[in-house]
Design a protein around this ligand. Structure first.
Ligand SMILES: Cc1cc2nc3c(=O)[nH]c(=O)nc-3n(C[C@H](O)[C@H](O)[C@H](O)COP(=O)(O)O)c2cc1C
Length: 188
């Protein structure tokens, strides 16, 4: 059975990004996957110290003792990841960026531990235009980062919304989120 891990990185637990990500979860479950969600904003997460302890021999991973230590095993076990972020200041949220920086520690002698995983991207933003909003910057960041570690982005779902939950008024983007969940759950 496919395991999907949803990484929610908006501070608004009932916001637009969460609503869209929950639709991805619905689609994944409908296709038989198990789905776990984590809310980064609720967790004790420190930024990367750049100490490079994770590059030492033998490999012992990240040495920062915070909640990222409970996220690393979930990332390793997952077949597919969903990164869900609002656009903040023309790029990903601080929570999403901090999370990505801490994934720097997920490299062993065998290579990047996220290599081969499927990835889905979920984003919402206030402006009507993805270029004006800065969503394109965030998309580009995800493309470059996941390409670098050898993960495969299978779909990106994004749309405009402002007040919490407003994204539900956009049936097209909600339907695409559901389909993304199904794609992530599918084998291969
Ligand atoms: C600190 C902050 C920065 C924001 N920066 C942008 C931005 O650069 N571009 C944009 O289109 N919307 C911006 N927004 C609007 C949010 O992206 C938008 O309301 C989004 O739907 C929020 O998602 P959420 O409900 O999941 O928190 C910003 C909102 C906040 C609170």
């Amino acid at each position: 059975m496919t395991r999907v891990l949803i990484i929610q990185s908006s501070p608004r637990k009932k916001g637009n990004t969460a609503a869209l990500a929950e639709r991805v979860a619905d689609g994944a479950r409908s296709a038989g996957a198990t789905v776990d969600s984590i809310y980064l904003h609720q967790m004790d997460l420190r930024p990367c110290d750049a100490c490079d302890a994770c590059r030492g021999e033998p490999y012992r991973g990240c040495i920062i003792e915070d909640d990222m230590q409970s996220i690393y095993p979930l990332l390793r076990q997952a077949d597919a990841l969903v990164i869900a972020t609002p656009v903040y200041w023309f790029t990903v949220s601080a929570q999403a960026k901090l999370f990505m920086d801490r994934c720097y520690a997920m490299v062993t002698a065998q290579g990047y531990e996220l290599c081969g995983k499927k990835v889905g991207i979920v984003m919402t933003y206030g402006d009507a235009d993805p270029f004006v909003s800065g969503a394109v910057n965030a998309l580009r960041t995800f493309q470059d980062a996941y390409n670098y570690v050898g993960a495969r982005i299978v779909g990106m779902v994004y749309g405009t919304a402002d007040k919490p939950g407003e994204i539900r008024n956009n049936p097209d983007v909600m339907a695409r989120a559901y389909q993304l969940g199904q794609q992530l759950a599918a084998a291969g």
